[in-house]
Design a protein around this ligand. Structure first.
Ligand SMILES: Nc1nc2c(ncn2[C@@H]2O[C@H](COP(=O)(O)OP(=O)(O)OP(=O)(O)O)[C@@H](O)[C@H]2O)c(=O)[nH]1
Ligand SMILES: [Mg+2]
Ligand SMILES: [Zn+2]
Length: 309
């Protein structure tokens, strides 16, 4: 029987079987999965698996096989940055929830996330939450970043999860798709899911909880069925999708606006910092490429450790 992984808690997996039943499963022995990926978790939320029911009263099953993944997103393992952990697989799109204040999401965080999505060929949508708290200056800032991101292909939406403003448009985007939801702690992910799936009643953090740094809740991704069709994968507690598996030379290819210019650089191994005849730096000067995005390119570039390849 086929099934879909909804949640993984280490050694046990919650699988929704073809017949609609949720079944607790374990992995049978050591079956070989995708050999190109060396990750700390062999099976991730979103994987389509083959299961065999066990003859016991607990209604458990063994996972005996896994279908080829269409795509997946990784982060570095919480235990070691040299190991990767598959966050989720078979995604149609990813939604990043960000906020302009309380807490403010940095554009650097958004850009790192977008780079990961580009690297794994997953379309990304940016949702700015808590619109009910924004004043005139904040709205001007919103328009400014919306122009930057939409001009390079990332749609941006302004919503209030709490007051249910702007959510209809998003439900249309999510209908019948598998979407990954991510964002810093406190931006309103749980509030958002509770609005979409009222019967779930996922815990919303008290302000005092998330504004402090010492919060260590469980960090397992979990898939939810959407009442209007489609599925949403929540990623509670995931601080950041690490830029893993990437060389410095590859990075510019994951900034769509830089990728567009780099063919015109004088040197084809141009890093776009100090080389003469760099079309990317020229485009920044001409305001064709946003300076913030370029700065984040350089910061991410600096953070990539080429030595490990
Ligand atoms: N003003 C306002 N507050 C909101 C909105 N959405 C969420 N909040 C508040 O923001 C706080 C954090 O919301 P959560 O939904 O718990 O945030 P989260 O992203 O799930 O946080 P973690 O689970 O820690 O990752 C709560 O106090 C919510 O009531 C909104 O649209 N407007
Ligand atoms: Mg939450
Ligand atoms: Zn260049």
């Amino acid at each position: 029987m086929k099934g879909l992984i909804y949640k993984s808690t280490g050694s046990w997996y919650i699988v929704k079987a073809e017949n609609g039943q949720y079944i607790n499963c374990r992995i049978k022995g050591k079956f070989k999965i995708d050999k190109e990926i060396t990750s700390t978790n062999p099976i991730a939320v979103g994987d389509v698996v083959e299961i065999e029911l066990e003859n016991n009263e607990d209604n458990t099953a063994m996972i005996t096989g896994i279908d080829r993944r269409k795509n997946y997103l990784v982060r570095s393992s919480p235990h070691s940055k040299y190991f990767k952990h598959i966050v989720a697989s078979n995604l149609d799109q990813s939604l990043i929830i960000a906020t302009i204040k309380d807490p403010k999401t940095s554009l650097g965080f958004i850009d790192r996330f977008l780079v990961s999505c580009e690297a794994y060929h997953i379309p990304a949508i940016i949702i700015i939450n808590k619109c009910d708290t924004l004043d005139q200056d904040d709205l001007i800032y919103y328009d400014y970043i919306k122009t930057i991101y939409e001009s390079i292909g990332y749609p941006m939406y302004l919503v209030s999860a709490e007051q249910s403003i702007g959510l209809d448009e998003l439900t249309i985007l999510m209908k019948d798709k598998i979407s990954l939801l991510t964002g810093h702690s406190g931006v309103g992910k749980s509030t958002f899911i509770n609005q979409l799936i009222p019967e779930k009643d996922i815990r919303v953090q008290e302000v005092s909880d998330w504004s402090g740094k010492g919060l260590h809740t469980t960090t397992f991704a979990e898939m939810h069925d959407l009442p209007f069709g489609g599925r949403l994968i929540d990623t509670p507690g995931i601080r950041e999708l690490g830029i893993v598996d990437m060389t410095r030379a590859e990075l510019s290819g994951y900034f769509p606006e830089i990728k567009k210019q780099l063919v015109n650089c004088k040197y084809n191994n141009c890093s776009h910092f100090n080389e003469p005849g760099c079309a990317v730096k020229q485009a920044v000067k001409d305001s064709i490429i946003s300076e913030e995005r370029y700065i984040n390119y350089s910061k991410i570039y600096e953070s990539i450790d080429d030595k490990k390849y």
